[in-house]
Design a protein around this ligand. Structure first.
Ligand SMILES: C=CC1=C(C)c2cc3[nH]c(cc4nc(cc5[nH]c(cc1n2)c(C)c5CCC(=O)O)C(CCC(=O)O)=C4C)c(C)c3C=C
Ligand SMILES: [Fe+2]
Ligand SMILES: [Fe+2]
Length: 337
């Protein structure tokens, strides 16, 4: 067998010149069950981009402790957000894919739009192989993480490179590594916050809650924290909020190490005693609602706030498949079509 996969024989040795857009996201279990979550977490948490501790020690902890305990707990949480359409993350991503394809076709672009996940299905490898078969030689990759982080965007690149390393003909490759300060993103976030303020009134505080990561990663040179701060600054400038009207926080802590601070749950729990009983929360690191936003923020953190004496808690949903978001994606990929 040849070492590298070639162009297929029917099209001969010519490059086939088609353009394909590949949307990448994190992935989700196939079902809200302990066994499906175990498979998902085993792949996710074994990724050295996600957990950066020596492999042997980590494998013992992961397989000896975490994968025995966490799948059942996480599955119970997944059950709370699962819908008839399945996992929100996958369902919303599929809608984003379909809408982006329609949007680009309506503007006369002859491109195919694909969706792949970093962990679970549809896998990055199988999606790339399908694109290869269809003749895609101009590949535009958009990982749907607004703020670059090595555990997310960096890992998406690893999966892409791992597959492309097997190919004889490497396509023209355009990898959008970050869009944390893209004007369309800032406008879309500001517009969705403004819409909430118009409908429900301006809250005492806007909480912008980003997915966390170990603080050590920041010191090792990951720009994620700074990119989150820049998204925050640009959005609040656009909204004209003063310093006491917003706070940026970090959620989804995992393990015992110190993660980026301030922590979302600690912050939200401390607001009522400071007289802040009316808040709106948005999660600008997530391009689609998922377990971490729907269960952890909309569910769990609402209770944290109310238990501490908070009165009004609003969750502003992710940009999901809203028109501004699809337009932003189109504008990000268009220079490469
Ligand atoms: C263990 C370390 C983790 C790092 C670092 C991390 C970074 C990170 N993650 C996202 C986006 C998502 N994470 C999601 C779930 C999730 N994240 C971790 C751990 C780390 N994430 C775990 C263990 C899980 C699984 C759920 C659980 O068992 O608690 C999701 C949601 C997936 C879904 O199915 O809905 C997203 C999206 C970002 C942006 C990020 C960057 C710093
Ligand atoms: Fe995560
Ligand atoms: Fe969580």
């Amino acid at each position: 067998m040849a070492r590298f996969s070639g162009l297929d024989k029917e099209t001969g040795h010519k490059a086939r010149g088609k353009t394909g857009v590949l949307l990448l996201n994190l992935g989700t279990p196939d079902a809200p069950t302990a066994s499906a979550v175990r498979i998902y977490l085993a792949e996710f948490l074994a990724d050295p981009r996600v957990v950066e501790i020596p492999k042997l020690i980590w494998m013992i902890i992961l397989h000896g402790i975490i994968l025995r305990v966490r799948p059942a707990k996480s599955a119970a949480l997944y059950k709370q957000v699962w819908t008839e359409a399945g996992s929100p993350l996958l369902d919303i991503s599929q809608r984003q894919q379909a809408k982006l394809a329609n949007h680009l076709h309506a503007q006369g672009h002859d491109v195919s739009v694909h969706l792949a996940m970093r962990y679970g299905s549809p896998s990055t490898a199988s999606t790339l192989q399908a694109m290869h078969k269809q003749g895609v030689d101009n590949l535009v990759v958009l990982p749907l993480y607004p703020q670059y982080a090595a555990p997310t965007t960096g890992s998406a690149f690893d999966a892409l490179a791992k597959e492309l390393m097997k190919w004889r003909y490497i396509p023209a490759l355009h990898f959008i590594n970050t869009y944390h300060d893209n004007p369309d993103l800032i406008d879309a976030l500001a517009a969705s916050i403004e819409k909430d303020f118009e409908q429900h009134g301006k809250p005492q505080k806007l909480v912008m809650s980003y997915h966390g990561m170990p603080e050590r990663n920041l010191h090792l040179g990951d720009p994620y924290y700074c990119f989150c701060m820049k998204t925050t600054r640009l959005v609040v400038e656009k909204l004209g909020l003063t310093e006491d009207e917003y706070v940026a926080t970090f959620q989804s802590r995992f393990g015992k190490a110190k993660w980026l601070q301030p922590y979302t749950d600690v912050t939200i729990g401390s607001l009522p005693e400071k007289g802040v009983t009316d808040i709106a929360v948005i999660c600008p690191a997530f391009s689609a609602d998922c377990l971490e936003t729907l269960e952890e923020i909309k569910g769990e953190n609402r209770h944290v706030f109310e238990d501490a004496g908070g009165k009004n808690f609003r969750y502003i949903e992710c940009l999901n498949d809203n028109d501004d978001h699809i337009n932003m994606m189109a504008n990000l990929v268009k220079p490469f079509l």
